[in-house]
Design a protein around this ligand. Structure first.
Ligand code: ADP
Ligand code: MG
Length: 696
């Protein structure tokens, strides 16, 4: 079976080296890929109607003779278009194309019979028209073959594919015999009972129906079965990993909470929230147990995750272990370092910083201190997972901002100590759908309560022309004793140019707000310079902090009530939400002002409107995912998210709970899949090449 599916397409009947090459351009290399090269959509040709009977507003297929076709030049800067007149005994239909003109033209010839599928609209001229119909040549003897008289598939194509006549029509020709030959040999790895419980069709049936369905509805059912598989196998993998960790009991069992945590709590000017206490109980339960903690801490910006991280690390330190806190960027690591040190040094805890940008001798010293255990808490970036970092006794790892960390990186770090406990924190809430797939092997804790006295931040959108009023507002807030941020975007590609822009903007602001105390903060500054600016702002010696996005995460000044974002259209949703999270931390009403240019892309407008509409981090994350797609959202390379063959993470997300439930159930009963050899084989095939399979 394995062999058969892995046959290179070149050896499939009707495909030679040339066509195989073209197929590669759409990602098809093996017979299996070909079977899973599923249609983009379907045309319902089960009823072909005559032009005179074609109802408006519905998708239909008609057959007729080409009367004429011609290119119509653009009017007033519009697009050139191709128009074709088609007739049968009952009427005339005007067909119009604005794109792909050359390709359509090639398929046309006056007097020839063609078949067009599309939505009929009223037309002032000829009565009926179709915009951008699918067109195919038609011969009488074909009437009952693959291409007509039924629901036919339309495949994603490329110009290479068209060149070797593997358009939808060509693919149908190739696929029909393949399905007939291969599908009977395919066995469904999913147990009958799973199919029955979830109302799914069998795999052979799904593969057949996804290409040549009896109805459009049947096609969708088939596609859903294949999408279910995508989720199911991923969940199967996660279920095995989850179970493995529980079985092995190779984690550290910390004997006691120790006295550092109570000491820290005693020194805080406020009590812990209920949510923080609950989450700490959950974490402590994991830490004292013999299996390795692998917990995800979700909580919106400002919910108090940092404190939870600190307490978690203090438990390890109190038990004589080291702890590591990992941030996605150096700037963030530095900021964490400042926070952690200011809170913990008075408890006598030794805190160190390890980042890529350190000088070699400094780095060497730090590495040595880590190895000897002289440093108890290490704050750093990816540099922490490099091979030459050795801990004396790493007990806990806290990873902040998980969405920028891949699954793989997480696992690499876990191997650093014997088996340190891992707490993953995310400030940008992970959309529920993604959370389930990506972190399905983690236990989850949620900080679902904000510290008391917070008021939702008011968010407004203002065009550049209103800048004077915005600055007046900033001045007024400062007069009332508050502070403000003004943030400029920094695009990494041209860091230097942007920096100059930020410096210039700063100088301009100084002229515009001569009565206020301004300070500039940017990523190119030395660590101690940054620290000094931050301290001045924190202590109220600076009214307005002008900054590039370095303050995105981690800065905490409750007296700041205004966040002005310049060129807000250049920021992603997650970033904007993070920035807004810098205000609204005290009891006074806070404001987030999004300044943009006059002209925005649709997507940018959508982002801004989302920010204005809601403060809910989950809603924002879902929207972000929708706008950017999962790959981008997670940062493609780092996501560690396997590519799904069929499933669409959002559109098909309703399948996920069932897939997850069935997978976990199955692994509970048959941990090694000994009784399900086909499943085991398929799992191996799917994840052989991803890094996911061997970690765990
Ligand atoms: P997050 O990292 O989740 O975005 P932080 O940990 O930065 O949030 O906390 C946000 C602010 O809330 C900080 O000023 C912090 O000192 C404060 N804070 C944390 N816990 C509490 C609490 N229980 N009561 C009041 N304020 C709190
Ligand atoms: Mg934080």
């Amino acid at each position: 079976m394995d062999e058969l599916l892995r046959t290179p397409v070149q050896f499939v009947k009707g495909i030679g080296p040339k066509r195989a090459e073209a197929l590669r351009s759409v990602g098809v290399e093996t017979l299996e890929d070909l079977l899973y090269h599923i249609p983009r959509r379907y045309l319902d040709r089960s009823t072909i109607c005559s032009i005179g009977d074609a109802p408006s507003g519905r998708e239909v297929t008609v057959v007729g003779r080409v009367v004429s076709f011609s290119r119509v030049p653009s009017v007033r800067g519009g697009k050139e278009r191709l128009e074709m007149l088609l007739e049968d005994d009952t009427g005339v239909l005007r067909c119009i194309w604005f794109g792909g003109i050359k390709f359509v033209e090639r398929a046309l010839e006056v007097g020839k019979s063609v078949m067009v599928s599309g939505t009929v609209e009223r037309d002032g001229f000829y009565g009926r028209k179709m915009i951008h119909p699918d067109v195919e040549e038609f011969s009488e003897e074909e009437r009952h073959q693959l291409h007509t008289g039924r629901v036919v598939p339309v495949y994603p194509s490329s110009s290479e594919m068209k060149r070797v006549r593997l358009d939808s029509r060509g693919l149908r020709r190739v696929l029909a015999p393949v399905l007939e030959e291969v599908v009977p040999h395919i066995k469904d790895p999913l147990p009958e009972e799973v199919l029955a419980r979830c109302g799914l069709m069998s795999l052979p049936e799904a593969l057949r129906s996804v290409h040549f369905p009896e109805s459009v509805r049947r096609a969708e059912e088939a596609r859903r079965r294949l999408a279910f598989d995508d989720f199911f196998y991923l969940e199967l993998l996660l279920a095995q990993r989850y179970r493995g960790r529980r079985e092995r009991k190779e984690g550290i069992s910390f004997p006691e909470v120790g006295d550092l945590v109570p000491e820290l709590i005693r020194r805080l000017p406020f009590p812990l929230t209920k949510a923080q206490r609950r989450v700490m109980r959950e974490i402590w339960k994991d830490m004292k147990s013999p299996y390795q903690m692998n917990r995800l801490l979700q909580g919106d910006v400002g919910s108090g995750k940092t404190l939870v991280a600190l307490m978690t690390m203090l438990i390890a330190v109190a038990n004589g272990y080291q702890a590591a806190l990992m941030a996605p960027t150096e700037v963030l690591a530095e900021q964490h370092y400042i926070t952690v040190r200011s809170l913990l040094e008075e408890l006598g805890v030794r805190v160190g910083l390890l980042i890529g940008g350190m000088g070699p001798s400094q780095r060497k010293l730090m590495l040595r201190a880590i190895e000897l255990g002289e440093v108890q808490i290490v704050v750093g970036t990816h540099a922490l997972i490099q091979e030459d970092v050795k801990f004396k006794d790493l007990g806990v790892v806290v990873i902040d901002e998980q969405h920028r960390f891949g699954v793989v990186q997480r696992l690499k770090l876990r191997r650093k100590g014997s088996s340190p406990d891992v707490l993953v924190m995310t400030a940008t809430p992970i959309p529920r759908t993604l959370g389930l797939t990506l972190y399905g092997d983690l236990d989850v804790s949620v900080l679902d309560e904000m510290p008391p006295g917070r008021r939702p931040v008011k968010t407004v959108w203002r065009p550049q022309s209103r800048r004077p009023q915005v600055l007046a507002f900033v001045r007024e807030q400062v007069r009332q004793g508050h502070q403000a941020y003004i943030v400029y975007p920094l695009v990494e590609e041209s860091e230097k140019v942007d920096l100059e822009a930020a410096v210039q903007a700063y100088e301009k602001l100084q002229r515009e707000l001569p009565d206020l105390r301004l300070a500039l903060l940017h990523g190119r500054m030395r660590g101690d310079e940054k620290e000094e600016v931050m301290r001045a702002f924190k202590e109220g010696r600076v009214d307005v902090l002008v900054s590039t996005t370095v303050i995105e995460v981690g800065v905490d000044v409750p007296n700041a009530t205004v966040m002005v974002v310049e060129h807000a259209e250049r920021f992603g949703l997650a970033q904007l939400h993070q920035l807004r999270g810098r205000v609204g931390r005290g009891e006074a009403q806070s404001y987030c002002i999004l300044l943009t240019g006059e002209r925005l892309s649709d997507e940018a407008r959508e982002r801004i409107l989302t920010m204005v509409r809601t403060n809910d981090g989950f809603e924002i994350a879902e929207k972000d995912l929708e706008l950017r797609g999962p790959g981008e959202f997670m940062g493609t390379r780092q996501s560690g998210l396997p590519e799904f063959r069929t499933a669409h993470l959002i559109r098909d997300s309703d399948l996920l709970p069932a897939a997850r439930r069935e997978a976990f159930l199955l692994v509970e009963r048959d941990p090694d899949l000994r009784e399900h050899p086909l499943l085991r084989e398929e799992l191996g095939r799917r994840f052989r090449e991803t890094s996911l399979i061997d970690v765990g």
